[in-house]
Structure formats: structure tokens, C-alpha cells
Design a protein around this ligand. Structure first.
Ligand code: S3P
Length: 456
């Protein structure tokens, strides 16, 4: 897949951020809504779908499987599905771009259909490990032809008779859990997933919402056993996608760091499997207030208000990692401004995200004068006044780009990132929302050249 030309940008230190905004729909829920819509009989109607590159790639993939996926003039997305087991063989390769969630969950769907599906993606996705998903799918009977190390591009072919499995997920990953469950939905019999560490539960909730028989048993120490009865009659639903807490995170942290700020983000998903960052920031002394808590589409949502705060460094409990796994880059930026040391452990999964986020964050912090120590699965950040002035290589990673732009709003000197084009994978309106709150940015072609030459 070709990449759009890079768009380097610098964030400028400036005055307070103020206002009330909504962030776009949750990425995890948006992917799943399109997929379950395609597997259900009837027309699923989705309000608030995230219209980002990652999610649109999933929409295109569901179309390639034969579902009708359309955006109405009213802003609702409608998916006319084909029923579990009813998908058609795609004519070409499915291009998931930068989207790990889209690719891995769609592998679960494809694996249980007796035809060949080919998956391709951008340079970032083609580096990411797929074996974690392919292994259980092979156990169920699927055939895989992949590059060595189980990377994209790859082709999956489901067998005529697939077998349900009981699978203990070896890494804390909602994507692996979801791929196995989505495969299990198209296979007769009970598929069981055991997750020693709970991860986001949107797939389970949505399968139940579409009418699947799914049981969840909570075991000792947080372990969850999920049993799904295969070949359910999935019935089309109306889905309202709440605001993405992983996108809200950038606005909230920016408000905490820039003096005098007062920002409210409305309609944020508050599912406890996603709120680890809010808990952590509060422990650091953040003035974060949740109001208007309510249920929307089966999920807890609320409005989150952040006011500029003096933060202090803490030890982040490693068992909290799954509930804030995408938020460590922006937490590390918050830690850079906090008084004292922040210790983050249990971060091995950060090495296999859109980039090696642990290395990318450590490099970005160092480029801006922040003292930090990167371990194999840990990061320690010494906070204080942040000099800024660096240019950060983003490695096709949207969250690295947004995190360091947030840093630049509160540092002494501007902070540049070598590219912002990939922000559109998850949060296309990020820059305009931030600008509306009072943030200032400047194009930064020179900084990007220095970063590419390794001299930033
Ligand atoms: C996601 C799960 C997480 C997360 C990703 C979205 C999902 O990945 O990092 O952004 O929607 O299931 P892992 O399953 O690899 O932890």
C-alpha cells in the first residue's frame, strides 16, 4: 500500500485551551459494529461511527465479503448483512492500511469461511505479529500462507469443517480474544476463550446484543471464561457509538498541562476496561471531573472535564495496563511535566503496536530534553519543566504523533513531529478540534528533514 506524503508539523507553546467538544466515535466499537452488521441478517444502523481510515478499511472489507455498507445522507451508516457463515469470497486482497484491529478481527471472520482471503496492509501493519491470531485459527482448522514470522501479506483459507476450540489467550489482547470469538460464531459447537487478564469486552457485549448465546464466567484473580454457542441467529441492531476515550485522552492531557485550561469532552465511553488513564491521572493529582454519567447503547458514557493541574509522578500498577494500553504515549507526556518520577511497568505489548511505542516514546522524550529510562517492558520518566525543541519520528504511529504535539503545547519551545498524515487513521479531526480549543500549530518541513537525517 502507498503512503500519503508526510505532513510534518510543530505544536507551539501557548495560552489556555478552553471549550466543550465531542470526540469522534470509539474505534474498537466502530470496527465491531461494521463486522457484526455484516454477520447479521437484516440492516444494522450505526450512529456515530468513527469515519477514520482504519474503520473505513473495515467497511471496505465487509463490502468485499458481500455485505452492503453505506453512509446515509443522515449520517447513519447502514450495513445489510448476510448472516453467520453467509459471506462471499472477496475478489481482491483486503487492504487494512494501518489497522491492526480491523485486520486481526477480520482474520477471525475469514478463517471460518471455506474460501481464500488475502490480507495486506501498510509498512507498519506488515511489521506487526499476526501469529497470535493465526495460531488459534489454525487450531480451529484454517490454513494460512504467510510471510515468515506470520506477517502480512497473508492468505487464510477456512476448511469446510472447522472445529470449535477452548483457547487460553497467552497475551492480554482483546484482538486475539475477538478473532477467536468471531471465528467461533461461524462454527458449530461451543467456542471457549479463557483470558487470564481481562481486556476490553466490546466483542462479547456486542455479540450478546446481536442475539448470540454467550456466557461469561469470572474466575479467581480476574480470569474470565467466555463461552459462545456457534452459528447464532444474529439479528440486525441499532447501534450508537460513544466517543472514543483513547482520542479524548489527548485533549484531556493537553488541558491538564497547559496553564489556565478548562476543557470538557462530552459523551466519552467510560467502560471500566477503558478508563485506566483517568484513574492514573487522578492519582497523579489531575483535576478531572466526570459528569452526566449515563448509559448509551449498552455502554456507560459521561462528560469529562479537565482543568490545568500540577501533576506528581507515581508508580502505575502494571495490572492496569490492559485498561489503558493505548494511552501510555500520552501518559508518558503527562509524566514529563509531573513533579518527580513516574514508573510504568508491564509494557511489553507496547513493542508491537503501530510502532514500537516504548522505543518511540523514549526517543521522543529524550529529543525534547526529558530524562527517561527505557527497560525491556518499562519506562521511567523524570518529570519537571520540559524544554521541547525536538523533532519526533512517528514511525506511522498516530498516537505518537498526537502525544508529542500535546507536549509541544506545554513545553518551553515548540515540539515537532515528522508526520501527521496518519492521525487520520483514528482521529481525523484532531488538529481542528485542538485549534478550536486554542492550540496553535505550524508546518515544519525543516524539522522533518532533520528527523529523517537522524539529526533532530
Ligand atoms: C483493540 C485492542 C488493543 C488496542 C487496540 C484496539 C481492540 O490491542 O491496543 O488499539 O479494539 O480490540 P491488543 O488486542 O493488541 O491489545
Amino acid at each position: 500500500m502507498n503512503h500519503p506524503p508526510s505532513k510534518p508539523l510543530a505544536a507551539l507553546p501557548g495560552g489556555p485551551l478552553r471549550g466543550e467538544v465531542s470526540v469522534p466515535g470509539d474505534k474498537s466499537i466502530s470496527h465491531r459494529a461494521l463486522m457484526l452488521g455484516a454477520l447479521a441478517i437484516g440492516t444494522t444502523e450505526i450512529a456515530g461511527l468513527l469515519e477514520s481510515d482504519d474503520v473505513l478499511a473495515t467497511g471496505a472489507a465487509m463490502r468485499a465479503f458481500g455485505a452492503t455498507v453505506e453512509r446515509g445522507a443522515d449520517g447513519f451508516w447502514r450495513v445489510a448483512g448476510l448472516g453467520a457463515g453467509g459471506l462471499l469470497e472477496p475478489e481482491g486482497a483486503l487492504d487494512f492500511g494501518n489497522a491492526g484491529t480491523g485486520a486481526r478481527l477480520a482474520m477471525g471472520i475469514a478463517a471460518a469461511h471455506p474460501f481464500a482471503t488475502t490480507f495486506v496492509g501498510d509498512a507498519s501493519l506488515s511489521r506487526r505479529p499476526m501469529g497470535r491470531v493465526l495460531q488459534p485459527l489454525r487450531d480451529m482448522g484454517a490454513d494460512v500462507i504467510a510471510r515468515s514470522g506470520d506477517r502480512l501479506p497473508l492468505t487464510l483459507r477456512g476448511a469446510e469443517a472447522m472445529a470449535p476450540i477452548a483457547y487460553r489467550v497467552p497475551v492480554p489482547s482483546a484482538q486475539v480474544k475477538s478473532a477467536v470469538l468471531l471465528a467461533g460464531a461461524n462454527i458449530e459447537g461451543i467456542t471457549t476463550v479463557i483470558e487470564p487478564v481481562p481486556t476490553r469486552d466490546h466483542t462479547e457485549k456486542m455479540l450478546a446484543g446481536f442475539g448470540a448465546e454467550i456466557e461469561i464466567e469470572a474466575g479467581a484473580g480476574g480470569e474470565r471464561v467466555i463461552r459462545l454457542k456457534g452459528l447464532p441467529d444474529l439479528r440486525a441492531q441499532r447501534i450508537t457509538v460513544p466517543g472514543d476515550p483513547s482520542s479524548a485522552a489527548f485533549l484531556l492531557v493537553a488541558a491538564l498541562l497547559v496553564g489556565g485550561s478548562d476543557v470538557t469532552v462530552r459523551n466519552v465511553l467510560l467502560n471500566p476496561a477503558r478508563t485506566g488513564l483517568l484513574t492514573t491521572l487522578r492519582e497523579m493529582g489531575a483535576d478531572l471531573v466526570v459528569g452526566n454519567e449515563r448509559m448509551s447503547g449498552g455502554e456507560a458514557v459521561g462528560d469529562v472535564r479537565a482543568r490545568a493541574s500540577r501533576l506528581r509522578g507515581i508508580e502505575v500498577p502494571p495490572e492496569r495496563a490492559p485498561s489503558m494500553i493505548d494511552e501510555y504515549p500520552v501518559l508518558a507526556v503527562a509524566a514529563a511535566f509531573a513533579e518527580g518520577r513516574t514508573v510504568m511497568r508491564g509494557l511489553e505489548e507496547l513493542r508491537v503496536k503501530e510502532s514500537d511505542r516504548l522505543a518511540a516514546v523514549a526517543r521522543g522524550l529524550a529529543a525534547n530534553g526529558v530524562v527517561c529510562e527505557e527497560g525491556p517492558a518499562s519506562l521511567e520518566v523524570d518529570g519537571g519543566v520540559v524544554r521541547g525543541g525536538g523533532t519526533v519520528p512517528t514511525h506511522l504511529d498516530h498516537r505518537i504523533a498526537m502525544s508529542f504535539l500535546v507536549m509541544g503545547l506545554a513545553a518551553r519551545e515548540p515540539v515537532a513531529v515528522d508526520d501527521t498524515a496518519m492521525i487520520a487513521t483514528s482521529f481525523p479531526d484532531f488538529l481542528s478540534l485542538m485549534t478550536g480549543l486554542g492550540a496553535a500549530f505550524r508546518e515544519d518541513a525543516e524539522g522533518a528533514k532533520r528527523a529523517a537525517a537522524g539529526t533532530a
